[in-house]
Design a protein around this ligand. Structure first.
Ligand SMILES: NC(=O)C1=CN([C@@H]2O[C@H](COP(=O)(O)OP(=O)(O)OC[C@H]3O[C@@H](n4cnc5c(N)ncnc54)[C@H](O)[C@@H]3O)[C@@H](O)[C@H]2O)C=CC1
Ligand SMILES: O=C(O)[C@H]1O[C@H](OP(=O)(O)OP(=O)(O)OC[C@H]2O[C@@H](n3ccc(=O)[nH]c3=O)[C@H](O)[C@@H]2O)[C@H](O)[C@@H](O)[C@@H]1O
Length: 434
């Protein structure tokens, strides 16, 4: 059993803290956001993530997991500190390392015994791990040691707990092999492949993985543009490709493209890393450009079907960047709503989980109304646009929706509905290459 401190209890930190506690370690989660810590101490989770509330509650009750705003109070007796703070993009696309550097400084200043510092935040190679190690070394008490281990996270929001307990691999990058082995030992109960490597390779593995998944999405969206021109069906194509195990069936869903706090920022950061080293990655820029075009394409198709948006009401179903979360960071749904409002539409929006997070981010607009449910959102509209693939949208009473609308267009931005069924009910079904 180890004493572990987790700095930053957002999506990654809170899941990591609860996971480590479940394995039997004594874990303290630290966050500078007092509101988050107050909620967690009341047994509540600051965001929506399946299975996480139960996992946190069980471990708090067992006395293995607690929370504080004070790194200083948490650090005594810590054998390990996990840094899980944000690395948002700067205006130039680089990863902003300031939260990581500050967390490293706080950990080193508060440490009272030698410990291992594990960097879980996504950080670019090319000097950042070296800088964090130098910050640790320069703020520790004399004679103390805190080797740095880079251990990037691969969980997905919406299935964070499942992914954490069933990882495809653990990637561990360190200069100190004893420290690397100690971190590897944490993952032993999971029986997953463990890759021991150097810090730069671990860092780049994380960026390369996210960029590859983003590439699959942009690739299928590029193919859908070609498919549409030759009258082919993108879902059949994706299925046909996915049977080939070398390609794999996942991440071939075409639609509004990828959003979220990671793919957009990590592809940009990888381009920025390359450019900093004098290499312009045409490939990564193409991935971003194709993705950026998908929302405009959907709005354009709908605008053509409606003969423009002036005087038209559009129901947008979905605000979160993906289902099973209330996270709206870089959500394609919000881009679509902004475009529709700009082009003169009245928007009636609904999401099963992300209404309040969206309202905090989207500027209030006279033409934007948040509705109590999908039926209220569709009432009197000329069109429905599916922006997030929440499974429950599939099982709505679509014939009831059909009779309550002023028009009959449905733009299925996530390939969620059956085109034949929708057309059979009298909808004008629009999608990408269908
Ligand atoms: N969200 C995700 O699905 C994944 C995120 N990542 C990476 O993990 C990192 C964290 O991401 P999220 O968990 O989404 O971020 P988040 O924004 O949800 O949480 C970060 C937390 O760190 C806290 N924080 C910042 N500086 C602090 C400090 N000095 N002391 C204490 N608390 C501090 C913030 O208040 C916030 O609660 C990022 O680098 C991200 O790229 C990696 C894999 C998955
Ligand atoms: O570094 C990260 O933060 C994480 O980023 C992604 O996870 P996440 O962003 O939570 O969610 P995904 O399921 O990957 O979806 C990302 C976006 O891609 C879109 N997507 C996904 C799959 C697909 O086939 N098509 C598609 O458009 C989703 O709608 C969503 O907007 C990766 O899947 C995780 O492995 C990684 O740890």
């Amino acid at each position: 059993m180890k004493h572990i401190v987790v700095i930053g209890v957002g999506y990654v930190g809170l899941t990591t803290a609860a996971f480590l506690a479940e394995l039997g370690h004594h874990v303290t989660g630290v966050d500078m956001d007092e509101g988050k810590i107050v909620l967690l101490r009341q047994g509540r989770i600051p965001f929506i993530e399946p299975e996480l509330p139960e996992l946190v509650e069980r471990n708090v009750r067992a006395g293995r997991l607690n929370f504080t705003t004070s790194c200083q109070k948490a650090m005594p007796h810590a054998d390990m500190a996990f840094i899980c703070v944000g690395t948002p993009p700067t205006p130039s696309g680089h990863a902003d390392m300031s939260q990581v550097e500050e967390a490293a400084r706080q950990v080193a200043l508060a440490a009272t015994q030698p410990l291992i510092v594990v960097l879980k935040s996504t950080t670019p190679p090319g000097g950042n791990a070296e800088r964090v190690a130098a910050i640790l070394a320069s703020h520790l008490s004399p004679g103390m040691d805190a080797p740095l281990v880079v251990n990037p996270e691969f969980l997905r929001e919406g299935s964070a707990v499942y992914d954490t307990f069933h990882p495809d691999r653990a990637v561990i990058g360190a200069w100190d092999s004893a420290a690397a082995e100690e971190v590897a030992a944490l993952y032993a109960p999971l029986r997953c492949p463990v890759l021991l490597t150097d810090p730069a390779s671990a860092q780049l593995t994380k960026y390369a993985s996210n960029a590859f998944l983003a590439t699959k999405i942009s690739f299928i969206n590029e193919i859908s543009r070609i498919a549409e021109r030759v009258g082919a069906n993108i879902h059949a194509i994706a299925q046909g490709m996915g049977f080939d195990e070398r390609i794999g069936a996942e991440f071939l869903e075409s639609g509004l493209g990828y959003g979220g706090s990671c793919f957009p920022k990590d592809v940009l950061a990888l381009s920025a890393i390359a450019e900093q080293q004098g290499y312009y990655s045409q490939f990564l820029h193409a991935v971003t450009d194709i993705n950026a075009g998908q929302c405009s394409l959907a709005v354009e198709k709908l605008g053509d079907a409606l003969g423009g948006f002036h005087g038209k009401a559009v129901c947008v179903l979905g605000l979160a960047f993906k289902p099973q979360t209330d996270d709206v960071r870089e959500s394609p749904a919000l881009s679509v709503i902004s475009m529709l409002c700009r082009q003169g539409a009245v928007v009636q929006a609904y999401d099963p989980a992300a209404m309040s997070t969206a309202q905090k981010v989207l500027p209030p607009h006279a033409a934007l109304e948040y509705c109590a449910d999908a039926y209220a959102a569709a009432l009197g509209c000329h069109a429905v646009l599916i922006a997030t693939n929440w499974p429950e949208f599939r099982s709505l009473d679509w014939s009831h929706i059909h009779s309550s609308m002023a028009g009959k267009a449905v733009m299925d931005g996530r390939g969620l509905l059956s085109p034949d069924e929708m057309r059979g009910m009298g909808f004008e079904y629009l999608a990408f290459a269908n």
